[in-house]
Design a protein around this ligand. Sequence first.
Ligand code: UGY
Ligand code: MN
Length: 297
Amino acid sequence: MHSLLALLLLLLPWRSSAVEGDGFCSIPQSITETRSRPLYWKVTNPTLSPSHLQDLPGFTRSVYKRDHAVITPESYVFSPLPDWVNTLGAYLITPAMGAHFVMYLAKMQVKSKSALPPQDVERFLFVVQGSAVLKNDSGISHELPVDSYAYLPANYKHSLESDDTVTVVIFERRYVSLENHYPEPVIGSTEKQPLLETPGEVFELRKLLPASAPYDFNIHIMDFQPGEFLNVKEVHYNQHGLLLLEGQGIYRLGDSWYPVQAGDTIWMAPFVPQWYAALGKTPTRYLLYKDVNRSPL
Ligand code: UGY
Ligand code: MN
């Protein structure tokens, strides 16, 4: 009993100095809270929420491998886009990875304007936040709100402009021409595209570009209800760039299985085994680049 009293007296001054604390060496509340928890408390109360994990120093879900990459928002690095006005860009997929296309996010700020892609490079853009105006050389302009998109053939003069903040996902590749076939500019919005047949599959599919020969790639919008998954465990010659627009699930890429959620980007090289299952309580929607209509030779 006496020794317990002595121990309490010994500890008291320490406790009060830690609690008083507006001096420069006061301990932040979170640390004192952590210290007052029982030993090994974390074992039975682990941090499970992904939003908490993102705050963990050094933690990222991003992965970069030879035939695929998962790039998650805590890893996105933005810098001024060359020749664009007031726009930051994060290149998420580029030929340095082995892809034949680029995929990047452009964050347009107040009074911003795009630059043209390099010579012979076609561009597809899809608005994920805000509303921008697309102008062409003849002075024709189109308002592009969220969920609308435009395809600009190689060497087609245009600019995307905005007075307010807009986020756009952009795909560009060097156009592979085909004799007597010439792609036209396309402007559209997801909800105006018809649902297409998907024999043997359950997801809903829309294609944002014509499936005809002039176009050397297409952009698919794929919708899954929670619990739905790809029936085909796909392995194919085409490449993919994917932006998860809504929902969450598990993506299998090669021999790895990744928990993914809205905002994540995925690169799939030719022939990487790929499979997806939508989980959680909300439907999944993703946007997918796929090269088509050209011989792989
Ligand atoms: O069309 C496709 O290749 C598509 N089903 N792939 C995918 O969703 N990973
Ligand atoms: Mn595929």
